[in-house]
Design a protein around this ligand. Structure first.
Ligand SMILES: Cc1cc2nc3c(=O)[nH]c(=O)nc-3n(C[C@H](O)[C@H](O)[C@H](O)COP(=O)(O)OP(=O)(O)OC[C@H]3O[C@@H](n4cnc5c(N)ncnc54)[C@H](O)[C@@H]3O)c2cc1C
Length: 372
């Protein structure tokens, strides 16, 4: 009998990277996507290959981020070579304006996680990024922080997967699982029963709804983020620059992204005039020359929000053959490669790239019980 396939639900970065890991290990993989390939949160994001202010995150996020950061150069090069689409992994570095207390925390974090973090004063800023103005007397400079151009990364991934034989079934929403005696048998999608010996749920912000029909306790909720895109001359801005939760990202062709809002408004992806005005003000404060540049796009995406940003990666607690890779909140691009590797390691019985326990599905349920 021919080997049965693995179904991955969701063609965002989380689903496609797992599909790639499994496919490289010789598995037969089909991705089922409700909408279009790579058009939700993964498309909407900024592509910064680092958590923002990583020292504010728990170690579980930083450990995955560090593992992913070391994988990105080889991944981007392989995708560019196989697909002909360059994901534009750039060594932009990141400047973060901060107060002295935050700078001290950042320096200690850098030493602990082996990442270069230096303090820059107003005079030193001009050498690193002349397009920005001193918003605070000092800043943090993180030269190793990279960025990737999300839409191109997703296109490259999809092309790479197709060339490797992964099947994409788009416009088909999975609305249920087929299970027998605690073992997964497949899924229901668009009124059809599709058989599989393994199913991976990578449904981004929609994951909780899908898993609600099972015993898994995952707490993932949509958190809207709006972004603006400016068209500017290449070289106007060379570094990513951030103050508080606002940042600018220079793309290679001169476009500059400004992000982002954090809004709990359910599954509503509309953009608002207020957010546009607010993002504009932040961008022009960070880079005054943007006052003269046109805004060419405004969009919103729904992050798969979890309380501390720790994703769920691992086996379903009660259904054999069902797995989850979701809940990466603000960091799905930076955490993507290591998360996918970690899940594939568990599925394939390999030594895990990082310790899997903190990401176990159902683990938050135990923590969430508050006695009174
Ligand atoms: C404005 C913004 C800025 C961001 N900036 C960054 C950044 O700079 N760096 C970073 O690392 N991260 C960033 N993020 C976060 C990052 O984009 C997300 O964490 C990541 O994209 C999540 O990927 P995903 O594949 O899990 O989800 P998604 O990309 O949302 O993909 C999930 C897919 O599953 C599909 N799906 C859902 N339910 C079903 C179903 N029942 N049947 C079939 N298909 C289904 C959806 O249609 C979707 O295509 C940002 C996010 C936003 C919104």
């Amino acid at each position: 009998m021919a080997a049965m396939k693995t179904i991955v639900i969701g063609a965002g970065i989380s689903g496609m990277l797992v599909a790639r890991e499994l496919c490289l290990a010789g598995l037969d993989v089909e991705i089922i996507e409700r909408g279009e390939v790579g058009r939700e949160s993964s498309w909407a994001g900024g592509g910064i290959i680092s958590p923002l202010n990583p020292w504010r995150y728990p170690d579980e996020v930083n450990v995955l981020a560090r593992a992913s950061q070391s994988m990105y150069p080889a991944l981007a090069a392989a995708l560019a070579e196989h697909s002909g689409i360059d994901p534009e992994l750039l060594d932009s570095g990141m400047l973060v304006f901060a107060d002295e207390a935050e700078i001290a925390t950042a320096l200690a974090w850098g030493a602990r996680f082996g990442q270069t973090v230096t303090r820059v004063d107003a005079a030193g800023l001009a050498a690193i990024e002349p397009a920005t103005t001193a918003l605070k007397p000092a800043a943090i400079w993180m030269p190793e922080v990279r960025q990737v151009r999300n839409p191109r990364l997703l296109q490259a991934l999809a092309a790479d997967l197709r060339a490797r034989g992964v099947v994409f079934r788009t416009g088909a929403a999975v609305d249920g699982f087929v299970e027998h005696d605690g073992v997964i048998q497949g899924v229901w999608a668009a009124g059809q029963r599709i058989a599989a010996e393994r199913v991976v749920v990578a449904g981004g912000a929609w994951t909780s709804a899908l898993l609600a029909q099972t015993s898994a306790a995952v707490a993932i909720e949509p958190v809207r983020g709006q972004m603006l895109l400016y068209r500017a001359e290449p070289g106007l801005l060379r570094r990513m620059v951030m103050v508080q939760s606002r940042y600018v990202i220079p793309r290679r062709d001169g476009h500059i992204l400004v992000g982002s809002t954090l809004e709990k408004v359910g599954f509503d992806k509309v953009t608002t005039d207020e957010a546009a005005a607010d993002l504009r003000a932040s961008a022009e404060q960070l880079v005054p020359a943007l006052k003269h540049a046109p805004v060419v796009k405004h969009w919103a995406g729904l992050r798969p929000g979890t309380e501390q940003g720790i994703p769920y990666i691992g086996a379903h607690p009660t259904i054999e053959g069902l797995y989850v890779n979701a809940g990466h909140y603000r960091n799905g691009v930076v955490l993507g490669p290591a998360s996918a590797r970690l899940l594939a390691d568990q599925i394939l019985g390999r030594t895990p790239v990082v310790a899997p326990e903190p990401y176990a599905v159902g683990s938050t349920a135990a923590i969430d019980i508050i006695d009174h």
